[in-house]
Design a protein around this ligand. Structure first.
Ligand SMILES: Cc1cc2nc3c(=O)[nH]c(=O)nc-3n(C[C@H](O)[C@H](O)[C@H](O)COP(=O)(O)OP(=O)(O)OC[C@H]3O[C@@H](n4cnc5c(N)ncnc54)[C@H](O)[C@@H]3O)c2cc1C
Ligand SMILES: *[C@@H]1O[C@H](CO)[C@@H](O)[C@H](O)[C@H]1NC(C)=O
Ligand SMILES: *[C@@H]1O[C@H](CO)[C@@H](O)[C@H](O)[C@H]1NC(C)=O
Ligand SMILES: *[C@@H]1O[C@H](CO)[C@@H](O)[C@H](O)[C@H]1NC(C)=O
Length: 637
């Protein structure tokens, strides 16, 4: 369906150098301090690429020259097709459309908008990888890694293209596309760790069921497979999020407040390293790699070709749509209510609730629509407030007792607080907490009913976020909290999106081997507070200004919890002090492991561990820069 040509059917040399596809201005540059880039003299010759294709075919894989999915809309492109263009336009906003494509990204920013489904704009492959390896085995991945290392070609790893930080794309790169590396194997009752010979056999059998999933498997497949066994994994909400990016970033889930992050559930991984070794990492072998791959970020230490995750028995779910409604747009109490809500969230979490909200606090123009699932039907179009969807587990004793469940009780208590602090507003119906609850017989049935009810991909944006603890909010001056929240709302296009996904389970999680590299800030967090800004059409100056603005908008929130940090997978690509913000005290060890695993910087992405020695230029070249000893000095954009 998507337009992909194989080198065999269309000469790669012709495609790359014959037409208007690559920027001719860059064509004759020779840059020894840079990774080879299409048009450079150092770029591998067409016959070298043919050899790679031949090797891959011998292994049952193939090399693709990815065609931009928007090319169907452009008369000067070979795949111009009006019908396909209509389909591309209609489906551009869906996750599925981009997730199926070998090189597309959910967010246009990260393919540099070089070929949008818009005939009025130009179309080139400039923002896309030069070649894609359609990898389904560890050997295919190894072939790609070895080629990139030997030929000094930029390497990226692409699963679904969900990444908010664009780490799964790179202009002029060789991309390892692992989307077809999918599958789930269930282990009933226990899982036995693999280990190299000669070691003590004790402690090898890990009690409890588990699943081994291949590196490109999506949430959909994992949930479906575990549901057949009455089980569930700590997974994300969206159907098409891939396990690789999710796990390496940490992975929050509606189950996290109880069980911890997804990275905390990993028992073992198979990884292809930057040196081309196919290794097993667990608490018994390759322990540094095992530690680093659980929180240290994707496409940095290697490619995960399979990962084994602990599963949990499914339980009944109490699902609550919620709206905090403020009818009077000029109400003097508006920001007091918002600040109170934000400060109360940790108590909802402690009562067993987990959920995600979005807000429409600046103007009632429906900003909340599409941002998160659930609750929007409870917020009248004329009002402001928060909408969202929460769940809590119901156990045996909770049967038919939803009203007295701790989760419901915490919401009722908040309702009482609203009534006592703003009795007139509540009595007049100007201020209300609306909750509609339903029960589901299993986690899967709840998830299947709500996941991806709204799809909002296909635009250019940058996100920003911060992890907030309970004490920080409790001890903060309410006026300061109010001002911080008001300031974010006033400047962000998609305003405050509090995620109640931390809490007890995350704080008390004991990952295999004793620890992992997840940001220590998660272990104190209750609220992952997210916002996003749309980007103007690609322009270097505007881009940098937008990137800077996210840091500015974030500052008052950072000030509320300065020792905290942010969640790597849903954060600002150009986050200031990203090493400290995403990894805290784990950064130094991560950087050391990166040096050991990848001394030649075969893997590079931004913002990623150990990437300081290189810089991505505006035209796509990836070049060496003098790494400063103190990485914090290099924190300005
Ligand atoms: C709609 C939506 C919903 C989301 N929901 C959640 C959620 O509920 N919880 C949550 O925590 N996050 C969530 N996220 C964020 C998500 O965790 C990140 O976008 C994550 O990067 C997606 O991983 P991916 O592999 O699907 O994406 P990709 O963009 O393909 O990859 C992301 C990063 O991981 C690397 N990578 C991917 N696979 C591998 C692998 N096998 N080995 C090594 N590196 C790999 C890539 O190179 C890249 O660096 C959501 C994002 C979206 C867009
Ligand atoms: C990629 O490989 C898979 C598995 O072999 C195959 O089903 C799929 O069609 C290939 N995709 C492309 C675009 O070649
Ligand atoms: C909050 O109180 C109001 C007024 O008593 C009531 O109508 C509403 O249903 C309550 N909401 C919740 C979530 O308890
Ligand atoms: C991105 O687009 C801009 C504006 O068209 C251009 O100047 C720049 O070279 C492009 N970079 C890449 C990597 O395509």
């Amino acid at each position: 369906m998507h337009c992909v040509v194989r080198p065999a059917s269309l000469l790669p040399g012709l495609l790359l150098f014959g037409g208007s596809l690559w920027n001719p201005a860059a064509a004759s540059r020779s840059t020894p301090d840079c990774k080879a880039f299409p048009g450079d003299r150092s770029w591998p010759s067409p016959s070298t690429w043919d050899d790679l294709d031949a090797t891959l075919r011998g292994q049952g894989a193939n090399l693709l020259i990815p065609r931009p999915p928007g090319a169907v809309c452009h008369a000067d492109q070979p795949e111009h097709d009006l019908e396909a263009c209509e389909e591309a336009k209609t489906r551009w906003a869906t996750y599925d459309f981009h997730a199926e494509h070998p090189a597309s990204m959910m967010w246009d920013t990260f393919t540099n908008e070089t070929c949008m489904p818009d005939a009025a704009r130009s179309c080139s492959r400039d923002g896309y990888p030069a070649y894609v390896v359609n990898a389904t085995t560890a050997d295919h991945v190894k072939t790609a890694i070895d080629f990139a290392r030997e030929h000094n070609v930029r390497l990226v790893v692409h699963s679904t293209g969900h990444d908010f930080l664009g780490r799964s794309s790179g202009a002029g790169s060789l991309s390892i596309w692992i989307h077809h590396m999918r599958g789930v194997v269930h282990h009933e009752g226990s899982f036995t760790l693999s280990q190299t010979g000669g070691q003590d056999q004790e402690g090898l059998v890990i009690p409890g069921s588990a699943v081994t999933v291949q590196g490109g498997t999506m949430m959909n497949d994992i949930y479906r497979a575990t549901h057949e066994h009455g089980e569930v994994v700590v997974g994300g909400l969206a159907r098409t999020v891939g396990v690789g990016g999710f796990i390496t970033g940490g992975g929050h889930s509606r189950l996290s407040p109880e069980y911890g992050l997804a990275a905390d559930q990993v028992l073992q991984m198979e990884v292809v390293t930057p040196k081309g070794d196919i290794v097993v990492a667990n608490e018994l072998q390759n322990t540094d790699l095992f530690w680093a791959m659980r929180g240290g970020g994707g496409s940095t230490f290697g490619v995960i070709t399979s990962v084994t995750l602990k599963t949990f028995p499914t339980r009944r779910v109490l699902s609550s749509d919620m709206a905090l409604v403020i009818e009077d747009l000029d109400a003097p109490y508006l920001w007091d209510v918002v600040a109170l809500f934000m400060t109360e969230l940790p108590r909802f979490v402690d009562a067993g609730l987990c959920g995600i909200f979005s807000s429409s606090l600046v103007s009632p123009d429906g900003q909340y629509e599409g941002a998160v699932e659930g609750g929007s039907s409870l917020l009248p179009p004329s009002a402001l407030g928060f909408v969202g969807q929460m769940i809590a587990h119901l156990d045996e004793g909770d049967a038919g007792e939803v009203k007295s469940h701790a989760a419901a009780a915490s919401l009722a208590a908040f309702n009482e607080t609203l009534k006592s602090r703003w009795p007139e507003a509540v009595a007049a119906g100007d201020l209300a907490l609306r909750v509609e609850s339903k029960t589901f017989p299993s986690w899967y049935e709840w998830w299947d009913a709500i996941a991806d009810g709204q799809q909002i991909a296909g635009f250019s944006a940058l996100t920003g976020s911060w992890l907030l603890g309970k004490e920080d909010l409790d001890k903060a001056d309410p006026e300061v909290v109010k001002e911080a929240l008001r300031s974010v709302s006033a400047q962000a296009h998609i305003g405050l999106m509090p995620h109640m996904v931390g809490g007890k389970g995350v704080m008390e999680a004991v990952p295999r081997g004793g620890s992992n590299s997840v940001n220590p800030a998660w272990r104190k967090a209750y609220n992952h507070l997210l916002f996003a800004n749309m980007l103007p059409p690609v322009d270097e100056k505007a881009w940098k200004e937008s990137a800077d603005l996210i840091n500015k908008i974030l500052q008052p929130i950072r000030d509320l919890s300065p020792d905290s940090g942010a969640y790597l997978n849903e954060a600002h690509k150009y986050q200031r002090d990203y090493q400290k913000v995403f990894w805290g005290d784990n950064y130094d060890r991560l950087a050391m492991i990166k040096k050991q695993m990848d001394p030649e910087d075969v893997f590079w992405c931004h913002p990623c561990v150990g990437n300081e020695g290189w810089e991505e230029r505006w035209d796509g070249h990836l070049c060496r820069v003098k790494a400063t000893d103190n990485y914090l000095e290099k924190s300005e954009l």
